[in-house]
Design a binder for this molecule. Structure first.
Ligand code: NAI
Ligand code: NAD
Ligand code: ISE
Length: 336
């Protein structure tokens, strides 16, 4: 069956996901779009030649009888409202990260989903679908480097838009690490601390950049993550897991090794769309297949909540300068 999809938010990733659903993946078709900037939604319909109706707002799109499932790709602070509405309408919903910008927002979603009696939500954490991270996890799970003791990681963007502010380094950017390390280590977090190095001149007064986040897991693994979102030189994701018997590094994306002008060089990608292109494809195909099978897979609302609980503690740690505790509530059987 072809799943008829409605897309809320036709910005960078909304448009990219609409493209992949209609042109790359199987089993789905975009039939409805909406954006607070209506002209942009119309331009995306035009550019991608979508046979899709443009709705005035997300709620009308969710209610539309010919929309089977919803993609929430609007700005983070709008996610909770649309995800809860989709759940109440009994529709499957793929929500880009973060599920909500606070743990409370995620709690509200988890409660709505449990009241609906069935998993309806997949969160857009695509890294567990990336082949590099899958290799890393397979290596850890096989015990190839012994128990993981430390992780050194970096999440670097060349630049970010002006509206990106200090706390977004956590709930918009670090949120990927907060998700993927739980999955990689099969562990939860215990505490967080945030350290602010000297500021880059490429930032502005509302954004402390770079930041270093120090995490401790329940099992005692220590993690340091550099979040640097105006690094200029590229989109660069690094992850090095130090174990008892060896070190496993996230593979670099494949790129041409070039000899030219007395230099030996590899290209570094500039855009997350390219860095994780294959992972987004597999992730969204999994969502479409899940809609068809009547069973959601991938990251659940509970995973979204777990990342948000850790993110709240990191935001608090940004403000206090202290080590902040991370306390996960017990996992309901619904999400076992
Ligand atoms: P963007 O700013 O390019 O697009 C967001 C769009 O949502 C804009 O067109 C805006 O007009 C629209 N919008 C905002 N509020 C709305 C509302 N109430 N109703 C309808 N439309 C609304 O941002 P971008 O980069 O596409 O990010 C969108 C979401 O996707 C964010 O949650 C972001 O965190 C996530 N994202 C995830 C990535 C990943 O790697 N998984 C990569 C990039 C973004
Ligand atoms: P799985 O599908 O049984 O999931 C394992 C557990 O991990 C579940 O409890 C789930 O809640 C949790 N989980 C899933 N996504 C998470 C996330 N983002 N953060 C934290 N926890 C998360 O086991 P699996 O085989 O590891 O598959 C994970 C996902 O990857 C599945 O959705 C699967 O369809 C997909 N997958 C992709 C590929 C690929 O080649 N890309 C291969 C196999 C599986
Ligand atoms: C963006 O929303 C993403 O999710 C990207 O993967 C991340 O690198 C970036 O910092 C976010 O703003």
């Amino acid at each position: 069956m072809t799943i008829r999809i409605g897309v809320i938010g036709t910005g960078a990733i909304g448009a990219d996901h609409a493209r992949r659903i209609n042109q790359t993946l199987t089993g789905g078709k975009v039939v409805a779009v909406t954006d607070v900037n209506r002209e942009q939604a119309e331009a995306v319909v035009d550019r991608l030649q979508l046979d899709a109706k443009v709705y005035d707002n997300g709620h009308d799109l969710i209610a539309a009888a010919d929309v089977d499932a919803v993609l929430v790709t609007s700005w983070g602070p709008t996610h909770e409202e649309f995800v809860v509405a989709a759940i109440k309408a009994g529709k499957y919903v793929f929500c880009e990260k973060p599920l909500a910008t606070t743990a409370q927002g995620c709690f509200n979603i988890v409660e709505a989903e449990q009241a609906a009696g069935k998993r309806l939500v997949q969160v857009g954490f695509m890294r567990p679908y990336d082949s590099g991270y899958r290799q890393l996890k397979a290596c850890i799970d096989a015990g190839d480097i012994g128990e993981p003791l430390m992780i050194h990681a970096a999440h670097r963007n060349p630049t970010v838009p002006e509206r990106y502010i200090t706390e977004m380094a956590i709930h918009d950017t670090l949120i990927h690490e907060l998700d993927v390390f739980r999955w990689l280590l099969n562990d939860d977090y215990k505490s967080a601390q945030v350290i602010f190095p000297r500021k880059t001149r490429y930032t502005h007064s509302q954004l402390a950049d770079p930041q270093i986040v120090l995490l401790e897991t329940v099992k005692g693994t220590r993690i340091d993550v550099e979040v640097f979102v105006n690094c200029q030189y590229g989109y660069d994701i690094q992850c090095s897991v130090v174990g008892e018997e060896g070190i496993a590094n996230l593979p670099e994306p494949q790129s041409l090794l070039m000899r030219k002008g007395a230099k030996l060089s590899n290209e570094i990608l500039m855009d997350w769309k390219d860095r994780f292109i294959a992972a987004y494809d597999v992730e969204l195909q999994d969502f479409l297949d899940g809609c068809n099978a009547g069973q959601m897979r991938g990251a659940s609302s509970w995973d979204g909540l777990a990342a948000a609980v850790a993110a709240d503690a990191c935001v608090k740690a940004q403000q206090t300068g202290q080590i902040e505790a991370i306390e996960m509530p017990p996992r309901p059987a619904f999400y076992a």
